[in-house]
Design a protein around this ligand. Structure first.
Ligand code: BT5
Length: 318
């Protein structure tokens, strides 16, 4: 595994000489050859040239392809099909193997993808369904800021793919305006964690992006990047951008709120937030650490909402 990762990293910088890599890593040439073969078996077709091994021009959407050139310290586990990447990541976290920190679980398709409150999340093949498992030194009360970071990272990656996405509090990534959601939903985020004595012991941030998904496969009010762009998107690149951006944001948590504020359509909008029975209606005026929405009600009171479903009743006047 170490040789494989080192080989991928070396390939990202240009042609690699097998004997030199073996010497650098202090492993046998056969071990390097085995790593080359394991990458090829996965569809990551390393070429042998006179200058040495060369990476394929178009890396596949597999564990090796996603890890290749990734500027973030995550190991990658890829599955064709899973029930849910969040469930798999949680299972790994609970196995209590410290090796499982900084791991991302990716599936091409999920059988029982989940939204918040165990709602169904449609996850046909072609989407980006991913869970990031970390063991951050964070208090459980502060963990919601990681959901905001994931929303910022996802919105930025969508924008880089040419789709003007914005964030609806707390975790929806939308395109356009209107409808009861305040836009067409292109991505959602589900964060799960466990803590001990107020410290997070593991955190799983699940991100679902409708990348190359047909609208007919999605619920009404949803869209995909391919639909918005009129052509399919490079999922590998999209996922790499999400992971890189997310990683950078969580290492600089002080910058997350401002980045979120810049990309949201919720602030300034008239909203109704359903907190599971109780609703609050008014103007969304701010988001406070670690993700609390501040709503000014018509009688001038400020209500702080920690979690709920938010509906945009009237967009912010811009
Ligand atoms: C979310 O929940 O938006 C969180 C979605 C998280 C999905 C990721 S995929 C990787 C990881 N593994 C998982 O099992 N989950 C995570 P929520 O805000 O509760 O929105 C759920 C609602 O969105 C549903 O009730 C539907 O109305 C709608 N919906 C379902 N599938 C959708 C899709 N693919 N695109 C857009 N909207 C969808």
């Amino acid at each position: 595994m170490r040789t494989r990762r080192a080989l991928l990293d070396a390939l990202a910088d240009g042609p690699v000489s097998g004997p030199e890599l073996a010497a650098d890593l202090d492993v046998s040439r056969a071990a390097v050859w085995k790593a080359v073969e394991s990458l090829r078996e996965e569809g990551f077709l390393v070429e042998s040239t006179n200058e040495g091994y060369v990476a394929p021009a178009d890396p596949p959407y597999t564990a090796a392809g996603i890890a290749f050139g990734l500027d973030a310290p995550y190991r990658v586990e890829h599955h064709e099909t899973l029930d849910s990447t969040n469930a798999r990541a949680r299972e790994l976290a609970l196995a209590d193997d410290t090796d499982t920190a900084d791991l991302v679980v990716v599936a091409d398709e999920q059988r029982t993808g989940r939204g918040r409150l165990r709602r169904e999340w449609r996850s046909p093949s072609g989407g980006v369904w991913v869970s990031i498992l970390t063991r951050p030194s964070l208090s459980t009360a502060h963990a919601p800021v990681c959901t905001l970071a994931a929303a910022v990272a996802t919105a930025d990656a969508c924008r880089e793919a040419g789709v003007e996405a914005h964030i609806k509090w707390p975790n929806d990534v939308l395109v356009g305006e209107g409808g009861e959601r305040g836009g067409r939903k292109v991505a959602g985020i589900l964060t799960e964690m466990q803590g001990e004595a107020d410290r997070v012991s593991w955190l799983v941030v699940g991100i679902g992006v409708n990348a190359n998904v047909e609208p007919e496969e999605l619920p009404s009010g949803a869209t995909s990047l391919a639909e918005e762009r009129g052509e399919s998107v490079d999922r590998r690149r999209l996922l790499q951008r999400i992971l890189e951006r997310y990683h950078r944001l969580v290492t600089e948590p002080d910058r997350i709120l401002d980045a979120w504020r810049e990309r949201t359509s919720t602030l300034g909008a008239r909203v109704r937030v359903d907190m599971g029975g109780e609703t609050v209606e008014g103007r969304a005026i701010d988001v406070e650490f670690p993700g609390t929405l501040v709503v000014e009600t018509d009688d001038g009171h400020r209500r702080r909402v920690h979690a709920g479903d938010c509906e945009h009743l009237r967009p912010a006047s811009r």
